[in-house]
Ligand binder design. Structure first.
Ligand code: G6P
Length: 361
């Protein structure tokens, strides 16, 4: 069947808007009657090595926080082009997990083949269930995002995150870290995500903010904890779509370099839900403002009320459980990239020099 834009100007806009629906599909597939429908057992697994490229690698970075915090399982994350050549030692009691929208990325496939005889199990999280990566895995978990046409990955990213969150919960249960009540609470939180996403997609003055971002030469994204990989993803998406130089940084690293770039011309996008690390991120944000950096604070209503004064702009997100905030905050990252690309007049669905699937090295 031919995939149409269904009234949207671009596939990217359509795919951003589809996220609440496809994410609900993925949840229905993997969660039934308060049980996780995942044919894996993490008992005895001592380490997880996660490998991917591009946006999929940022999904792995978010998942590392989840596997470590919820399941106490040590995780290593690497990009496939590095992993495959550094020939890392892998323990026979570990698992390797590969994340790929297309399932055909050459470096990720080569990394999978490298890990094949060395680890106990090869698991993949893919959007294309018939792909090479899916076929060569011991277990392939589909993300059920539907066909993604826009080169810049959007709905595949949030569906990857959702499947990885469910896997982290399964690991937590198998490793005795999460009882039935705890699981039920996290599953209820996950079930609320599509609604929170609808809410997030409905708000925000993105076109107006984007008009101003489009004037910038450099843009910084800051985040802490599981919001750090979302800052990386925000910067990647923005540079891919708008061709503006953007960098994502862990807030705590600000003083170790990027603070030298701050002046009144550099917008700094701070992704800071009101979680346990909020005050620390806000203090980094104030260091930026003291140097006349233009801060766009993305937080929930309470965070914006507490720390929004003096910011150049704010975007208010619905209140979300800490565990799931990275999935929700992926949306403003996508929308900023999309609208800035529109303001710049670039080819959003097919940015120059990029390919949807990189099947050659
Ligand atoms: C390309 C695409 C990205 C994608 C990356 C990994 O760079 O433009 O959107 O994140 O490849 O692709 P995969 O299909 O393995 O997820």
């Amino acid at each position: 069947t031919r995939i149409e834009k269904a009234g949207y100007k671009h596939f990217m806009a359509k795919e951003i808007a589809e996220q609440p629906v496809v994410l609900a599909d993925a949840l229905r597939h993997y969660v039934q009657d308060q049980h996780l429908n995942l044919p894996v057992d993490f008992t005895g697994v001592d380490r997880l090595t996660m490998v991917a490229c591009g946006t999929a690698s940022y999904a792995c970075h978010v998942a590392k926080y989840w596997f470590e915090q919820l399941a106490g399982l040590p995780v290593e994350v690497d990009i496939a082009s590095e992993f495959r050549y550094r020939e890392p030692p892998l323990s026979p009691t570990s698992w390797a997990l590969f994340v790929s929208q297309s399932g055909e990325t050459a470096d990720t496939l080569a990394a999978l083949r490298y890990a094949k005889e060395k680890v106990a199990k090869i698991v993949s999280v893919v959007n294309v269930p018939t792909s090479s990566i899916a076929r060569e895995s011991d277990l392939a978990l589909p993300i059920l995002a539907g066909v993604e046409v826009g080169v810049a990955s959007t709905k595949a990213f949030t569906c990857q995150l959702t499947v990885l969150a469910l896997l982290a919960l399964k690991a937590a249960v198998d490793r005795g870290r999460l009882d039935a009540d705890g699981l039920a609470k996290h599953l209820a939180d996950l079930a609320s995500l599509p609604g929170l996403m609808n809410h997030a997609l409905g708000g925000g003055d993105y076109p107006e903010i984007a008009e101003e971002l489009a004037e910038a030469q450099d843009i910084l994204f800051l985040g802490r904890g599981s919001m750090f990989p979302i800052a990386l993803e925000g910067a990647l998406k923005l540079k891919e779509c708008s061709y503006i130089h953007a960098e994502g940084y862990a807030s705590g690293e600000l003083k170790h370099g990027p603070i030298a770039l701050i002046d009144a011309r550099v917008p700094v996008i701070v992704m800071a839900p009101r979680d346990a690390l909020f005050d620390k991120t806000v203090s980094n944000m104030q260091e930026v403002m003291a140097r006349h950096g233009r801060v766009l604070l993305i937080s929930d209503a309470q965070g914006v009320a507490e720390a929004g004064s003096g910011c150049w702009r704010t975007l208010t997100m619905p209140q979300a459980p800490d565990f799931l905030a990275p999935i929700l905050y992926a949306l403003p990252a996508q929308l900023l990239a999309y609208h800035t690309a529109i303001a710049k007049g670039t080819d959003v669905d097919q940015p120059r020099n990029l390919a949807k699937s990189v099947t050659v090295e």
